[in-house]
Structure formats: structure tokens, C-alpha cells
Write a protein that binds this ligand. Sequence first.
Ligand SMILES: CC(C)(COP(=O)(O)OP(=O)(O)OC[C@H]1O[C@@H](n2cnc3c(N)ncnc32)[C@H](O)[C@@H]1OP(=O)(O)O)[C@@H](O)C(=O)NCCC(=O)NCCS
Length: 297
Amino acid sequence: MKAIDATGLTFRQDYFDDPGAWAALVSLLDDTFGIDIDPLQQLGGPDPTSMPFGWFTDDGVLAANLSAFALPFVINGRTVNAAGLQSGAVRPPWRGRGLYRDVTRRALAWCESEGFEAIILYTDKPALYEPYGFRVLPLHRYQGKAPEPVETVAARSLSPRDAADLALLQDLLRSRMPVSETLAVTGNAAMFLINTELDREVRVSYLPAHRAVVAWKMPAPDHFCLVDIVAKEIPSLAVILGGLGIRPATVETLFRPDRLAWSGEAVPLEGGTRLMLRGLEGTSLDEPAMLSPMADF
Ligand SMILES: CC(C)(COP(=O)(O)OP(=O)(O)OC[C@H]1O[C@@H](n2cnc3c(N)ncnc32)[C@H](O)[C@@H]1OP(=O)(O)O)[C@@H](O)C(=O)NCCC(=O)NCCS
């Protein structure tokens, strides 16, 4: 086994209850990816299933990190007891010493000991994870002509920072129906909530008659982009357009629209970030699909 150089560093895991260690992770992710995850503290807190693995300096700087968390998802109609890996980073002065290999091995060993059937992650460096048995899942979004809107009670805008709106969102996130049966997360409240902050173009609206939260964008005046739906029963696309009071010419969905009473054409997803899967050997998607970016982690 290759050696690691952890001179001057101390290993810690499961450290989210320590405010100093949390702040060190916020700083590592901000410096590495330019992403601020601190607002999670006002949005119900980090995912309670998180298990972070990190190497700290004596001054409390987090030099290397990788976090695992429970991320059950549906694939081809079956719910999989899966884990996700996120927040993988090593600060430049400590790179090339085997620290990432070390936290990767620890995270994988933890996932195995916890009995997860599969592990997924997003990365722009698939080669980093191929040696551990991860494989890339090709992803597709859908696009097509908009349906005629169906009239329903008007939607209202939700603000996850408002206490009552947050409680409503959390309630719906706990009991949501997967947005697609081909590929979708089943829960994952923390990621949905932080992603409402990280992508400022995403609007979050509530359709009271259907008790459904819709995450959506308008990239162009006549083009509607449906990012995610959080509800016990997924409303049709026509109802969603009616509730939002919009009449776009075209629609795209960032998940397979098998529950929307609408169909579009599958389009391969461009971009550098890939979804990788470990486990479920021999499984590939029965139909083109993608995980909603509201589950991005
Ligand atoms: C990618 C990163 C985590 C690697 O950290 P590191 O401390 O240099 O990694 P290690 O020294 O532990 O090397 C681990 C292995 O990954 C390989 N590796 C390192 N950087 C790599 C890269 N960019 N692409 C592919 N493989 C890479 C190493 O060769 C090593 O292979 P080995 O185990 O066969 O010896 C670090 O460069 C980083 O934080 N980059 C910015 C954030 C990032 O890209 N995070 C991960 C993507 S989700």
C-alpha cells in the first residue's frame, strides 16, 4: 500500500458538531470551489447522516477532506440504499502526499461497513475515482414543445430563509415522491435547500392546490426550465404551467419527465461534471435520464 505524508496533521472524522471544524470545512470549500455552504446552518443544518473524514493542522486548518452521507435514490424503478460522496478537496500545500487517497479509502470503508449498496458522486475528474470501481453514468435532459396550461390556483413564491416556508419545504421534502422512476433521489433535504441558495437563477414556487413545490428557471422569455418538483404526487406539466401563470413556447426538464403527462426529446447533457456510480454492477439506465441539479452535491 502506498504511504501517505501526514506530517503535522491530525485525522478527524464525524466532526460537524464542532463549530471550529465546520468553519474549517466551509473555508476549504470556499477556497477550493468558491461555494459557501455555511447558509446550511440557517436551512435546517447539514445532512444529519453526513460522515466527514478530514486531516487538520494544529491551528485547525482543514488540509484534506471527503464527506460521505446517505443518498437513497431510485434507479429503473428500484430504490437503492446508496451513499453519496461530496466535499472532496485538498489544500494546495498538502497535495500529492496521498491524503486524498487516504480519505477516499476511509470513506469507502465506512460506506461498506454501513452496508450501502452503491455510492454516487459528481466530479470533473473521473480518472480520480475509476481505480476505486466508479463508472460514469451518461446523463440526458429532456426538451420539447410546451403543453397548453391547465388552470389551477396561482402559485406563490417560497423563500427557504423564511421560517414558515422552510418548515413547509422540509415537510414536503420528507415525504416526497421521487420526481422520476428512472433516476431521482428519494429525500436529500439539505442538498435541495442549499442549492436554492447556490443557484440564484432557480425560483422556488408553491402550488397550494397540489401541495407541490416547483424549482424552475426561465433562461429565455419563452423557454421554461423545470429543475425539480417536491410533492407527494407529481402534478402534470400543464398544471405546473397553469399554476405559475406562464405560457412558454418550449420546455426542458432536468430529470426524466415520466410523471409529468408530457414527453420531450432526450438530449445528452453537456458540461464537465460527471455523475459516477460504484456498485450495482451491470446496471445502466433503462431510459435516458439525469438527477435533478437540486440534488447536486
Ligand atoms: C484532486 C485532489 C483532491 C487530489 O489531491 P491530492 O492530495 O493531490 O491527491 P493524492 O496525493 O492523495 O493522490 C491520490 C491519487 O489521485 C491521483 N490524482 C491526483 N490528482 C488527480 C487528477 N487531477 N486527476 C486524476 N488523478 C489525480 C494521484 O495520482 C493519486 O493516484 P495514486 O493513488 O494511484 O497514487 C486535489 O488536487 C484538489 O483538491 N483539487 C481541487 C478540488 C477537486 O478537484 N476535488 C476532487 C474532485 S470532486
